[in-house]
Every structure is written in C-alpha cells, then in structure tokens.
Design a protein around this ligand. Sequence first.
Ligand code: GRF
Length: 187
Amino acid sequence: MASGGGSNLQSILDYFDGGPGAAAGVRVALVMSDRAQCGALDRARARGIETRVIRNDGTEPEEEVVRAMQNALDAGDIDLIALAGYVRLVPASIVRRYEGALLNIHPALLPAFGGQGMYGRRVHEAVLAAGARVSGATVHFVDEAYDRGRIIAQWPVPVFESDSADTLAGRVLRIEHLLYPAAIEAV
Ligand code: GRF
C-alpha cells in the first residue's frame, strides 16, 4: 500500500523479482493506493501488477473502505501487506486480520520521531530540530496507532551538522531501500 513516489515499492519489486530475494518465492500481487495518481501506481503498472485505488481520507464511511480493501485483498490472495509510504491509517479490522503480517517502514529510529502527522519532510525536520546525531529507518509491525507496533529491524545513519531535511531524507531513503525488502523476506 502506497501513497507517494513508490521508491520503496520499487526496491521491493527489484529485490524479489530477479534480485537478491528471488529465491524467497515472494510475489507482489497487488498495489493499493489511496490516491488515483501516484508514482507507486505507475511503477506497479509498468510491471504489470494489479492496482487498486481506495480513497481513505476520512470522508468515506469506514465500512466502505474496509469492504473495498477486503475484496481487493481476497481477490489477490494476499498473505502480507507492506505499507510503503502509505500515509493513511489502515482500518482497525484490516489491522486485526493481518496481525503479524502487516508491516510499515518509517524514516527515523522509532519510537522517536513517529506518530500522527510525522511523515515525509516533517520527520527529518524534527530530527534536525532536536539536534539528534543519529537517525535511520525502522521497519515495524502495524497496530492500531501510527508508528507504534513492534519493531522488526532498524538501520542507523549519521546526521551531519551540514544536513538539511532533504540531504538527511536522501541518506535515510537509500538505506530504506536495503532494509525493507530484507525485513519483508525475514517476516
Ligand atoms: C519513505 O521515506 C517511507 O519511509 C515513508 O514514506 C516515504 C515513501 O517514499 N513511510 P517512497 O514513496 O517509497 O519513495
């Protein structure tokens, strides 16, 4: 599930489809997005992967969001969900159904610099504002709150005096692309 550019999705596709994880037998069967247009959907379509757009910005009745998601997950026979830059809250009934099989990647070292509204640039701005000397990426199981579930894997990166939110984001994103596919394979 993705909302943005989909570079993490791309790293997952590259890893399992002919890459280092090719022997794991993991197949990306579906890419779901809350946005009709985003890079993640383009990347999925370029690989011939099934896509589904399900709006989930709090204006649709939750039962409808859940029904649409369940149908898509059932149709794709989905065993594991990886949130890859998905910026909406996953409905609680989906979280419960996929307990232990619903993962997220966050661009900081949780439990610091997480929670509602902490995504994208804001995470890196907060890290810089706090004067932290280390940041990184965290892969964790998803529960019913933002960024709170059990941690699966982390990878630290240094924060330099000269960093801007953009340079730090770039450094973190490069290791996200290494960490997330490996964590998915491990789960
Ligand atoms: C990544 O930094 C990820 O950690 C966060 O959102 C960003 C998504 O980037 N959850 P992309 O869409 O995978 O390029």
